[in-house]
Design a binder for this molecule. Structure first.
Ligand code: PEP
Length: 259
């Protein structure tokens, strides 16, 4: 029988939001999350300028917050960068690293993603390390090779204790923002592969939360979250609509131990 792990649903707002609309969204999510079972955790990764707003509206709620990237440096002459300790100053606990949009548009290498993961861990953040293949790579049968290499680059730089603090998100590039989610079978197969890779690092790493991301919607969330190695979701577009995001959180609750 597969092991039951707590569920985690994290919104990735990307470069969306303004103060007024954020306030409505954050308050609705905080309120809705308060009604979820205790083994469903909820987070939002917001653009850095809205960390203070997130802290002021989410503190004391069930929702944690964080950023979508951190610098590979701790401080210094790196114009435009935001260091992990800075976001911790605003109560953040999460940092997405290695999102495919950063790998593609900012040419972030696997090595750089690994260093950013280290900086996030040193600052006390939970890194959400994103891995995923392009459509061409999938069609060439390279999915496991690509995601395995992306994960291994990060694991190689970490101790077992550090690796046990990760969250990993499988986000097939072809499913992000396209409306075309991976099927639950496709996602589960990659998650099982990633789980084995994590377990090979050490027993303490085997149970890190493995999130699926890529066109998760209220309609497909429950089936995805019922898969034995899918511990929740990283949600892009649907995290900008309170009702859709909360419906996805409720799908996580329906598949949780307490749900
Ligand atoms: C994402 O950007 O992390 C993502 C999963 O996007 P979407 O849900 O919009 O596909």
């Amino acid at each position: 029988m597969s092991k039951q792990r707590a569920k985690l649903v994290v919104g990735n707002w990307k470069m969306h939001g303004r103060l007024a609309e954020n306030a409505t969204l954050l308050q609705a999510v905080a309120h809705g999350a308060g009604e979820l079972p205790a083994d469903v955790r909820v987070g939002v990764c917001v653009p850095s300028p809205y960390l203070a707003q997130s802290q002021s509206l989410l503190e004391g709620s069930r929702v944690v917050w964080g950023v979508q990237d951190v610098s590979a440096f701790t401080h210094g002459a790196y114009t435009g960068e935001v260091a992990a300790p800075m976001v911790v100053d605003f109560g953040a606990t999460l940092a997405i690293v290695g999102h495919s949009e950063r790998r593609a548009y900012h040419r972030e290498s696997a090595e750089l993603v690994a260093v950013k993961t280290q900086r996030a861990l040193e600052a006390g953040l939970t890194p959400i390390v994103c891995v995923g293949e392009t459509l061409e790579e999938r069609e060439a049968g390279l999915t496991e090779q690509v995601v395995g290499t992306q994960l291994d680059e990060v694991l190689a730089k970490l101790s077992v204790q550090e690796a046990a603090r990760l969250v990993v998100a499988y986000e097939p590039v072809w499913a992000i923002g396209t409306g075309k989610s991976a099927s639950s079978e496709q996602a589960q197969a990659v998650h099982a592969f990633l789980r084995a890779r994590l377990a090979a690092k050490g027993a303490a790493v085997a149970d890190v939360p493995l999130l699926y991301g890529g066109s998760v919607k209220p309609e497909n969330a429950e089936e995805l979250f019922r898969q034995p190695d899918i511990d929740g979701g990283l949600i892009g577009g649907a995290s900008l609509k309170d009702q859709d995001f909360l419906a996805i959180c409720k799908a996580a609750a329906a598949t949780s131990v307490a749900g």
